[in-house]
Design a protein around this ligand. Structure first.
Ligand SMILES: [Zn+2]
Length: 181
């Protein structure tokens, strides 16, 4: 109930910010401070390679992510207006900094950049070498090797480069933290 009240409050803030005649308003990015800082970092990384993010209101919040259909889901993007990124707080509080950034950037890939999942990373070569996935839009989180190859993943997110240039470190993809979409 408390969460619901909070959402309604934030959504009413969003709607009250719209509709000022003749002015192009800045997108409203609201939510938990713990999560908002990843949006700021994401925006700075985009800017760093010359990409300006679409102007889109977005709510970034902790909330329930697991359902009967997605019992292991730890985050998702709701394709609503405004877009909503929902993150499982318990998972987040126990995750490594690397995994937190992977999940946040992945969800922003959906909610901000309209990217879909790719399973290109799931090919034979990467599986037999137990490597990190080629794409941050791989549908599972919890893998390692992101920080070592961060610059590649940033390029991949913001410039649509398709192919992982090298093997990176021999890190295994850990199954079990699916996150839906
Ligand atoms: Zn996803």
């Amino acid at each position: 109930m408390k969460l619901k009240t909070c959402c309604i409050f934030i959504l009413s803030m969003l709607s009250s910010s719209c509709g000022q005649a003749g002015e192009k308003s800045q997108p409203l990015i609201v939510g938990s401070d713990k999560l908002l800082k990843y949006y700021e970092k994401f925006k700075a990384d985009a800017f760093g390679i010359g990409r300006v993010l679409p102007e889109r209101d977005i709510l970034i919040m902790f909330g329930e992510t697991k359902t009967d259909a997605f019992p292991l889901r730890v985050g998702y993007c709701a394709f609503t207006e405004p877009r909503v990124v929902v993150i499982n707080e318990e998972w987040f509080n126990n995750a490594s900094e690397e995994n937190k950034e992977v999940l946040m950037y992945h969800e922003f890939g959906h909610c901000v950049l309209d990217l879909d999942h790719t399973t290109d990373c799931n090919d034979f070569f990467h599986i037999i070498t137990c490597n990190n996935p080629k794409s941050i839009m791989y549908p599972n989180v919890g893998w390692r090797g992101y920080f070592e190859n961060r610059q590649w993943y940033i390029q991949e997110l913001f410039s649509n480069k398709k192919y992982f240039p090298g093997l990176g470190n021999s890190n295994c993809i850990e199954r079990g933290h699916e996150h839906g979409r």
